[in-house]
Design a protein around this ligand. Structure first.
Ligand code: MN
Length: 239
């Protein structure tokens, strides 16, 4: 066992794209075994509508996570597609649910973990929508509906959402630079790690501050590693 930390996000597990699940299972059984901690920074699932969904297409991933949890601590921070993940699934998968912003100290660096959607403040429509669906009242009402009803609402919402995104400028769906800087300042952070934008990369700022953006897993795996010897390394075929 090393002191290694791994970070992933945006797998978007989808029964229509089984190769992503296969890649993730392989990652969990091989690469992640060497790590002390694995952080999943949201959008593990393309959509998660409640823990009463038996989600048979994802059973292998869930069982593999549980197996891994016996030797590696697993953490999950909600994304915009799986914020309805609760304790039932967390127990099945052996993951601990954490709430953003998560602060870590790695070596002598202060690290902030987020999904990333909160940094996209130019997208006013999305932020308004997020505020609504993240309220406990909206979630309580939504989770009382039948699974079938929830599936229908989610399909309608996603059709609207992809139509809206297609009409927006590319920059408007990326992070806002001022929001990023104020996030660093607010937490006195040296490192910010997030996903969501599907724009994997490493961005440097003044005072040696760095932002690591995790990529999505379609089709290749993307992850960030940290250990005391090597520091941070982003493993993404596109970077
Ligand atoms: Mn996202």
């Amino acid at each position: 066992m090393t002191d290694e930390y791994l970070f992933i996000s945006d797998c978007h597990l989808d029964s229509n794209k089984p190769e992503i699940g296969t890649n993730l299972v392989n990652f969990l059984r091989q690469r992640a075994l060497a790590a002390h901690n694995l952080y999943i920074l949201g959008d593990l699932f393309e959509v998660w509508l409640g823990d009463d969904d038996p989600a048979p297409a994802h059973t292998e991933v869930i069982e593999t996570l549980f197996d891994l949890s016996k030797t590696t601590r697993l953490f999950f921070l909600a994304g915009n597609r799986d914020f309805l993940l609760r304790n039932d699934l967390a127990q099945r998968a052996g993951i601990e649910i954490i709430t953003e912003p998560v602060l870590l100290n790695l070596g002598n660096q202060k690290v902030v973990l987020m999904h990333g959607d909160l940094l996209c403040t130019d997208d006013h429509d999305y932020q308004t929508f997020r505020k609504k669906v993240r309220s406990s009242k909206w979630q309580a009402v939504f989770l009382q509906k039948s699974l079938l009803e929830r599936q229908k609402i989610a399909t309608d919402l996603r059709t609207e959402s992809s139509a809206a995104t297609a009409l927006k400028k590319v920059e408007i769906t990326d992070v806002n630079p001022d929001t990023v800087l104020s996030c660093f300042d607010r937490h006195s952070a040296d490192v910010l790690i997030h996903g969501h934008t599907h724009r994997p990369g490493i961005h440097h700022y003044d005072r040696a501050r760095t932002r690591y953006v995790l990529g999505d897993w379609n089709p290749e795996p993307s992850y960030l590693s940290w250990n005391s010897a090597a520091g941070f390394v982003l493993h993404d075929p596109r970077v």
